[in-house]
Design a protein around this ligand. Sequence first.
Ligand code: MG
Length: 230
Amino acid sequence: MKTYRHIFFDLDRTLWDFEKNSAETLLSIHEEFSLGEQIPDQDLFIVKYNYFNDHLWDEFKAGTIKKAELRVRRFELLLAYFDIRDEELVSKISRFYLNTNPLKKELIPGAKETLEYLHGKYELYVISNGFYDVQLTKLISSGISKYIRKTFTSDRIGIAKPKPGIYNYALSSVNARKAESVMVGDDAVNDVHGAHYAKIDQVYFNRNGIPSRIPPTWEITNLLQLKEIF
Ligand SMILES: [Mg+2]
């Protein structure tokens, strides 16, 4: 068995509970902007947001829209679904979401316990396709920034997962040898295939039972299983 020294984590949906935090933010929006009368069903508000957001993310990944456009458009479509057409409200809500969401604290079950266990035995880092300031805010608000030695994001490095370049950049900047490094993440393509092509071992945190085309070095369904691997 290999001796690992460096563990690289994905952040959203691997440590930070993106779905729960986003739902909380949407509930705050529903209240803050007094949408109760026009949109009585809060669950539907969240379900429809996720629907439009997912579609726009697919378009973003395909390169047909820019991120700035996605951030406004998802709320434009959401409000239009409920027959609200108000450009100013859309832009206020979009800003509120971006400012509030990273302040939410929900972590994936077992995240804190696992980081506490690994911290001190290994050097821990984050590699994320998010924005640096946003991801750092999430780490701080959720109370896990103390475990993470360094955070690498695609916006700062200029290369996004699954491109091996982001992995190579992160490893060399902390002098981590590939044979002593491992990537942990919930996305088969970005985290498993990306690390595989960068010749780094991978732990696939397979939360939704989606098989990876490339078999990962390790596969887990619960973060606490990391304590058995490391
Ligand atoms: Mg993720």
